[in-house]
Design a protein around this ligand. Sequence first.
Ligand code: C2E
Ligand code: MG
Ligand code: MG
Ligand code: MG
Length: 291
Amino acid sequence: NDAKHSGSHLKSYSTGMDEQHLRRLAILQDLRTALLNDRLYMVYQPKIDLRSGKATHLEALVRWEHDTLGFIPPDEFITLAEHSGNIAMLTDWVLHQVAAQIARWNEQHHVFCVSVNLSAQDLTDHQLPARIAAILAEHALSSRQLVLEITESALMEDPVEARRILEELRRQGLHISIDDFGTGYSSLSQLRHMPIDELKIDKSFILKLDSQFEDVMIVRSIIDLGHNLGLSVTAEGVENLQSLAMLEAMNCDVAQGFLFARPLKAQELLFWFQAFSSKSFSDEQIRRRKE
Ligand code: C2E
Ligand code: MG
Ligand code: MG
Ligand code: MG
């Protein structure tokens, strides 16, 4: 009986491996075609300025509904794209989509600044600033309307190289944001010299801010650190009013999260924006709106 059991365990274990392997192969194989055929799409999540209560900034996030596998989380296919040398293609596709969307919104007099996420590997390509300049020029956009989000760990993989590329991008007028801050291993002496504009506190510290005392201490410290370095500080993953009130009390500059809006398609975003833009996102107003 024992032998039979371990046998079946072994079998299901190896089937699991096969499935994982096949899934990865399918994703890798289909990603290029999906990109070439525009089968991916972008969603946009508002970032709310806590002083003005306005949502003038958005974060662009990529989505993929696979024909047979269904929704594939971006973390999963982006990691695979990095390992297979397809990340530049994905990043260019994303930048083109976002630039075209910003231009369409500009024409409709909805002027947004939009953040695009870069992956660690993008920061090793010296052509990146030129690639971005070309895409902006193609859509006749000012570099002021594009922000680049780079994770803290990506930045610290090769800080010297990253700094060189970011300095060039910043000379072109782009703003740089450090994503998932608090989860990587920034050396503060490196950070001090980085050409950056914004720190985004990782959502793992924000999601339970209302109940975890340690998180409050960490978030307060990051906000103070950011401000002392002259940076704007954003909290991602704001899901409830209590956390929002705490962030406001701690002088956080910008908040982003499901409390305000999930990432939305461009068309849905305009509906969201029309309903909310004339109002301010004070605590009181959100509370009233929810009732
Ligand atoms: P990120 O840049 O840190 O994005 C924030 C993630 O948190 C997004 O997940 C967003 O949907 C989610 N989020 C926003 N508000 C809340 C909230 O209140 N609660 C919770 N629980 N989650 C919230 P998503 O879209 O699945 O993206 C995951 C990661 O994939 C991103 O993390 C980013 O690192 C990467 N990614 C997404 N789009 C792109 C892209 O176009 N290019 C690259 N290179 N990476 C991307
Ligand atoms: Mg991000
Ligand atoms: Mg993040
Ligand atoms: Mg992340």
